[in-house]
Design a protein around this ligand. Structure first.
Ligand SMILES: Cc1ncc(COP(=O)(O)O)c(C=O)c1O
Length: 475
């Protein structure tokens, strides 16, 4: 049964509605075993999770499974895998202690909270020192989103987010808490132009007011910054303007900053554009309704450790999240490893570099090396896609190339976009179609470039063969 379902998903034969859910079975449990809530969770069909499962069932390997699927759809960062493994294998990080056999501070050990306060202080430059009771650690940012929705929203309440967006967010805040994410649609003005997909504070205000007029209770605005899938970094002025809108309407401002430190750098061409600024570093017009999320899954490529953090000055919210932590805690052993890593990122040795050279002293910094690799790999993937004739929208951060395939389409329809996705799956490469990220203009794709070099190149070769075949068809 499960295998059949997986087969249907992988080959795109399962009937789904527009949002990737087969609407009918959402509320059904034919055997009547589950609660209504349980049936909703059991039947949630989340595109990103489905295709992760599908790609993981038949993973590409150059020797043992060359026909397997190359996953360029799931947001992982493998560019620093070797250095991280080396660091975590050292005895001070993943060592065992009998104290791990017992209960502990589920919302974050003092050791981890101390390390986080130091790390966030150095890299997020908070305008006010972060207190221990202003941090809660849960098992991943996914879990933080579920917990925040539980804590802040009643069923039917609205969370607004700019789209296209990381689609799982819709599931995370709705599945158990019942909040509805409604889009603030960012429009495509012209292919690949920076004028496309622009976020404006006045558009947020208009959306909030329109929803209020419809009688909806808007509880929060959620921003992914740097953005997934666009790779945009927002200016401090825009962030302040968005916070002001939220403060005026008494709605929570949630800033998901899981890609905060994955900003591309280019050694040859240092960026003249303003750097990333965390919401933590700016004045908060409504501190009780301003919350920041971060975790180890992206900037450190450690999604398997399940570490997510909520930082907020709202005492009531933090009391609630500390109580929730008993259901959603990360093991103490991981708290200890994460604390060792976060306190010591400056000295992760990079074996491939000569320790004596001056350059290597600078490059020894983990985050700097990560940023350089992200920038270099992004430019490589972008160059290859542009050479194929795809139009790429410029990104400054995160793990994505967001590109348009309109020139390979006959119609501007989401159906054709899904056809191309199915064709790519048959060719053995998984990327995410823009419509599955709630993009309103069909013909965009999100590709993850931060994978092993060999897989990226083979994946791009497979994409090229599909696009070439379509060029002929459309010609
Ligand atoms: C914007 C955003 N938030 C949250 C997550 C989930 O992170 P975690 O692994 O910490 O649950 C992702 C993963 O892709 C993401 O892109």
């Amino acid at each position: 049964m499960l295998l059949e379902r997986r087969r249907q998903v992988c080959h795109g034969t399962r009937k789904r509605d527009k949002m990737g859910e087969s609407a009918k079975d959402r509320r059904q449990d034919p055997a009547g075993v589950l609660s209504r809530r349980g049936a909703i969770t059991a039947n949630y069909e989340d595109f990103l999770t489905q295709y992760l499962t599908c790609a993981s069932a038949n993973p590409y390997h150059p020797v043992t499974n060359p026909e397997g699927i190359i996953n360029l759809g799931t947001a992982v960062n493998r560019l620093m895998e070797e250095e991280l493994s080396e660091r975590l294998r050292r005895g001070d990080a993943l060592s065992y202690s009998p104290s791990y056999q017992h209960y502990y501070d589920f919302d974050g050990t003092r050791e981890l909270k101390g390390a986080l306060i130091g790390f966030l202080g150095r890299h997020f430059l908070p305008a006010k020192d972060i207190g221990e009771d202003e941090i809660v650690v849960l098992n991943g940012v996914t879990s933080c989103l579920d917990a925040l929705s539980h804590a802040l929203c009643d069923p039917g309440d609205v969370i607004i987010t700019p789209t296209p967006v990381y689609a799982r967010m819709f599931t995370d805040v709705h599945d158990r808490a019942g909040a509805a994410v409604l889009p603030l649609v960012l429009r495509q003005e012209a292919d690949s132009s920076d004028e496309s997909f622009v976020l404006r504070a006045e558009d947020l205000e208009a959306r909030v007011e329109a929803l209020h007029q419809e009688g909806r209770r808007v509880r929060a605005f959620m921003l992914v910054h740097p953005n997934n899938p666009l790779g945009d970094v927002y200016s401090p002025q825009l962030l302040s303007d968005l916070m002001d809108v939220c403060a005026r309407h008494e709605i929570h401002f949630i800033s998901d900053e899981i890609y905060a430190l994955s900003i591309f750098t280019d050694e040859d061409e240092p960026s003249s554009r303003p750097p990333f600024r965390s919401v933590l570093s700016l004045p908060h017009p409504d501190p009780d309704r301003t919350h920041v999320l971060w975790g180890l899954s992206k900037d450190f490529g450690l999604a398997g450790l399940r570490v997510g953090v909520v930082v907020s000055r709202c005492a009531e919210l933090m009391t609630c999240l500390r109580a929730i932590a008993i259901y959603k805690c990360t093991p103490q052993l991981v708290h200890h490893a994460a604390a060792a890593l976060l306190s010591d990122t400056a000295s992760i040795p990079i074996p491939s570099l000569r320790p004596s050279s001056l350059l290597s002293l600078v490059r020894r910094l983990y985050l700097r090396l990560n940023s350089e690799r992200l920038g270099r790999t992004y430019r490589h993937a972008r160059g290859r896609l542009e050479a194929m004739g795809a139009r790429v929208r410029e990104a400054r951060a995160a793990l994505f190339v967001w590109f348009s395939i309109r020139d390979f389409m006959e119609t501007d329809s989401a159906e054709e976009e899904m056809e191309i996705h199915a064709q790519l799956m048959r060719a053995g490469v998984y990327v995410v179609p823009g419509s599955k990220l709630y993009g309103s203009d069909p013909g965009w794709i999100r590709l993850i470039f931060s994978v092993r070099e060999e897989e990226l190149d083979e994946g791009l070769r497979r994409i090229e063969s599909v696009l070439k075949s379509r060029r002929k068809e459309t010609a």
